[in-house]
Design a protein around this ligand. Structure first.
Ligand code: DC
Length: 231
């Protein structure tokens, strides 16, 4: 069989990126964190002082900006106009504004083309909110990851504190719930599981356990052979 396309969707903090990264490593696939594209654009919007509500101005920025994902030995790096913004896009101020930027149809259209191009050759694990429903509707395997909002807030808090951000659990929980609502209720490509997605609740499970479960689903669709020597 050829190289598979795997779509991983779910709300903020469900473990998508960590799971997708580990899964891609196990399979020798490319990991594409599509949230990073929305975050890089949001960083640019904030740096330029553009109002996140202004669709036309943001669409123009999106057309002019060079946003790229570059795979290296230390994982995938995110570049904005030639500069490494891998860390900068995780700043809480970006997290607070990214759903506003991501709700604009013209912005999504532009990033959709970039995402499809990145996945064109297969052999990808792509994570986001609308991968199974919009970006890769023909993906070989679609997984929808969930976890309780409280668990997701705990994970995000740990991650941000490790990066040196001073954050409280309460603020993160509120921000996660606000982002869930915006992502699920936007008119274009809202967060929802594809009809043919496998649901996987990651509450109380570590990354390796979740990855093993997904590899099991991959075997079921005939895509496990090529990774058997990696494990
Ligand atoms: O996965 P993340 O938290 O880095 O994503 C940041 C935001 O980007 C998220 O709040 C919604 C948006 N997003 C999206 O709308 N569609 C995607 N495919 C990926 C992310």
């Amino acid at each position: 069989m050829g190289r598979f396309s795997i779509a991983i969707d779910g709300p903020a903090g469900a473990g998508k990126s960590s799971v997708a990264r580990t899964l891609a490593q196990r399979l020798g696939y490319l990991h594409i964190d599509t949230g990073a594209l929305y975050r890089a654009l949001t960083l640019l919007v904030l740096r330029r002082g553009v109002n996140p509500a202004e669709e036309a101005a943001i669409a123009k920025l999106a057309r002019e900006a060079q946003i790229s994902l570059v795979a290296g030995s230390g994982g995938v790096k995110v570049f904005l106009d030639g500069k490494d913004v891998t860390d900068a896009i995780r700043d809480p101020v970006v997290s607070e504004n990214v759903s506003l930027v991501a709700q604009h149809p013209r912005v999504r259209d532009h990033l959709l083309a970039i995402q499809r191009e990145l996945a064109a050759d297969g052999g990808v694990v792509m994570d986001g909110r609308d991968i199974g429903t919009v970006v890769l509707p023909d993906a070989d395997l679609k997984v929808f990851l969930t976890a309780s909002a409280k668990e997701r807030a705990r994970r995000r808090m740990k991650e941000l504190r490790t990066q040196g951000h001073k954050v409280t659990y309460k603020d993160i929980l509120l921000s996660i719930r606000a982002r869930d609502n915006l992502d699920a209720e936007r008119l274009v490509a809202p967060l929802r599981a594809a009809a043919d997605a496998v649901f996987l609740d990651t509450t109380g499970k570590d990354i390796d356990t979740v990855v093993e479960e997904i590899l099991g689903y991959l075997s079921a669709v005939g895509g496990r052979d090529e990774c058997s020597t990696d494990v």
